[in-house]
Design a protein around this ligand. Structure first.
Ligand code: GUN
Ligand code: ZN
Length: 433
């Protein structure tokens, strides 16, 4: 008989039909492989097995960050200026140094931070150095997260000094990416390689088309930046002679599973075209605020996930990202934002999870009810108000524990700690094993 663990607490999870599962005394039952085998009200429990009693705390699916840059963490919160100057002055030098021991230490710190913020799944950019990419994958594997990762592909104005002098630069960048993909990509696994043309201004059409071709050949996703900044968008139109999205479309990058970050300077038809192609938008409101890039209009058509865009975003915190969207008026509905930060984000990246349902991986966070609900607040309230409190009041301190595939990967802290530790001691699910 398989060993089951039931996590008992206040379960909240976005459903496929647009509603929410909200069970104040609920359970998520997890098998030995880390898969959810049942979720529902506690009183309907059928399984036997170990119980981790987390009441009255809130159990939520792990957060999904659909866009962030691993090497850029040290830049968070400093040097705010407009995109192109910021990249050349601060970001390219930082990424140019992201290799060897610095990359190993930086990547490990990034994933520790990611799990502490409650993020279990992410789409990430490494540095353009192949050994920087290896360091990111190795650290992601060690941390146990779900991630798609790729080097920002650049054959125009690359910060790699070896490429500046190289002949057949485009072929070399593509063949390095293919080698990395063959090394790390597991199409059904926790770690996937993403072909990642940085943005149109750092790529020749040949590089973008080559990346799209390789993505199709290896069944791998693509990710890039799209229409983030006005000056950038104008320069793309001038260099390529067409709208930004059309540049990508012609190169074959507008394809199923593609993730386009920012998507600010697009029209309604372009949003529909993204959706029709099966592509998604990574909405990065805290970054858009920091670099003063503009306000994305959340239109119908394409799926939308949330992205911290660290280091243009000042933190990885999904709560900061959701509140930035509200503050800028991009989306003022807390439920839509929490759904985008969980269920929609996972779907955008093509990963399972993002919801607490049978058959899904047990990726979840425990939120401290003492932070979710203010002193004197009600014991029970409607789903809409609970979501509103999570979005408006929570922060990193509220994330008391983070689980991926049923394993405790960060925490347990705060009031959850004692109980979680004593419940789990018997089976040792700590990440550091
Ligand atoms: N466009 C091209 N590269 C980047 C990057 O690193 N960050 C952001 N925010 N936009 C970009
Ligand atoms: Zn970015």
């Amino acid at each position: 008989m398989t060993k089951l663990t039931a996590y008992r607490g206040h379960i909240l999870s976005a459903r496929a039909d647009g509603e929410w599962d909200d069970w104040p005394d609920g359970l998520v039952s997890v098998d030995a492989a880390g898969t959810i085998c049942a979720a529902g009200p506690w009183k309907l429990r059928r399984e036997t097995g170990r119980v981790v009693d987390l009441r009255p705390h809130v159990i939520l699916p792990g957060f999904v960050d659909t866009h962030a840059h691993i090497p850029q963490m040290p830049a968070c919160g400093a040097h705010g200026e407009s995109l192109l100057r910021w990249l050349r002055t601060w970001i390219y030098p930082l990424e140019a140094a992201f290799r060897g021991e610095r990359a190993r230490a930086g990547a490990e710190a990034f994933f520790r931070e990611m799990l502490a913020e409650g993020i279990t799944t992410a789409a990430l950019y490494a540095s353009a150095w192949p050994d920087g990419v290896d360091a990111c994958f190795a650290a992601a594997k060690k941390a146990g997260v779900r991630a798609l990762i790729g080097p920002p592909l650049m054959d125009v104005e690359s910060y790699r000094d070896d490429l500046r002098r190289a002949r057949r630069r485009t072929e070399r960048v593509l063949s390095e990416a293919a080698v990395l993909c063959r090394t790390w990509h597991q199409p059904r696994g926790r770690l996937r390689f993403a072909f990642t043309p940085r943005f149109a201004l750092s790529c020749t059409p040949e590089l973008m088309a080559g990346a799209a071709e390789l993505a199709a050949r290896y069944d791998a996703p693509v990710q890039t930046h799209l229409a983030e900044n006005r000056e950038e968008t104008r320069l793309v139109e001038k260099r390529f002679g067409s709208r930004y999205l059309e540049v990508y479309r012609r190169c074959g990058l507008v394809r199923p599973g593609a993730i386009f970050a920012h998507a600010i300077w697009l029209d309604d038809g372009e949003w529909r075209a993204l959706g029709d192609a099966g592509a998604s938008v990574a909405h990065c409101p805290s970054s858009n605020l920091f670099l003063r890039s503009g306000t994305m209009r959340w239109r119908a058509g394409a799926r939308v996930g949330l992205g911290s865009d660290v280091g243009a975003g000042p933190s990885l915190s999904p709560f900061d990202v959701m509140r930035a969207s509200i503050a800028t008026g991009a989306c003022t509905d807390p439920a839509a934002l929490l759904r985008a930060a969980t269920r929609e984000g996972a779907a955008a990246l093509g990963f399972p999870g993002g919801c607490l349902e049978a058959g899904q991986p047990a990726d979840f966070v425990v939120l401290d009810r003492g932070i979710v609900v203010p002193p004197g607040g009600p014991d029970l309230e409607n789903t809409r108000d609970l979501i509103s409190r999570i979005v408006h009041r929570c922060n990193r301190a509220a994330v008391s524990a983070t689980y991926v595939d049923g394993e405790l990967r960060a925490g347990a802290t705060g009031p959850v700690a004692g109980r979680t530790r004593s419940c789990l001691r018997a089976t040792r699910t700590w990440a550091s094993r």
